[in-house]
Design a protein around this ligand. Structure first.
Ligand SMILES: [Zn+2]
Ligand SMILES: [Zn+2]
Length: 227
């Protein structure tokens, strides 16, 4: 991840987005446009007047980041528009990236906090899928990239884990969650599965085998997990 230079970055104590360290104990957050002093005795951050920093970010972000780091060895990185141009497709707002033993979740730092919580939970769902279902076997995981059915199953798996993770941290904005999920998974049916299905029918004169539910059925199963 040389592109993002994350070896010299941390989480902003105020907004929890990615902020960069200089060579001393100073941490600068471009999102808050502020510089903070790290007090290693108290493991706290002070502002330049010596006051302990008040968090603006919600507990959900805190806890999801903590789960990412402790359970899935995954760091969360907020990226700006310039960085997004290099690593995101149009419309993409999050990503899960694996590099040997470490992995990263990339998040659109400009998204509002509720969106970032939901996107983070989804990407963390990919991390959970990679960890639990692939046993961190990167080669196997990536070998499924080109397989439309595999991609659909992985997306649905990530949303299922997202429900579990959000419940674990006490999240309650489920209407918002379902609306983002419906939009996101819908775009996968439209751009990944439907074109493949059309091609398959044309090529083989039959429908491809589908080991995952249709969108409506999938959304209902998620809703059932929530309530
Ligand atoms: Zn900040
Ligand atoms: Zn996804």
């Amino acid at each position: 991840m040389a592109l993002l230079h994350i070896e010299k970055a941390g989480y902003c104590p105020r907004c929890l987005r990615t902020a960069t360290w200089d060579d001393s104990e100073l941490l600068s957050c471009d999102w808050c446009d502020e510089t903070f002093i790290y007090d290693d005795v108290w493991d706290d951050f002070l502002d330049i007047d010596g006051r302990i920093i008040e968090r603006k970010a919600s507990i959900f972000l805190d806890e999801l980041i903590e789960i990412a780091r402790t359970k899935y060895n995954t760091d969360v990185v907020h990226i700006n528009r310039e960085q997004q141009k290099k690593v995101f497709r149009t419309g993409q707002r999050g990503g899960f990236v694996i590099e040997e033993t470490q992995s990263w979740i990339l998040l659109d730092g400009f998204a509002d906090e509720l969106d970032r919580i939901i996107i983070l939970a989804h990407e963390l769902g990919h991390a959970a899928n990679f960890h639990h279902d692939y046993h961190r076997n990167q080669e196997l995981y990536e070998s499924h990239y080109g397989d439309p059915a595999g991609r659909m199953r992985r997306e649905q798996s990530a949303w299922r884990y997202a429900v579990q993770l959000l419940k674990e941290v006490g999240f309650t904005r489920w209407e918002d969650f379902l609306s983002i999920t419906s939009y996101s998974i819908g775009s996968y049916y439209e751009t990944v599965w439907d074109p493949y299905k059309k091609w398959f029918i044309k090529e083989y004169n039959q429908e491809p085998v589908q080991f995952f539910p249709e969108k409506l059925e999938f959304m209902k199963s998620l809703q059932a997990k929530i309530s």
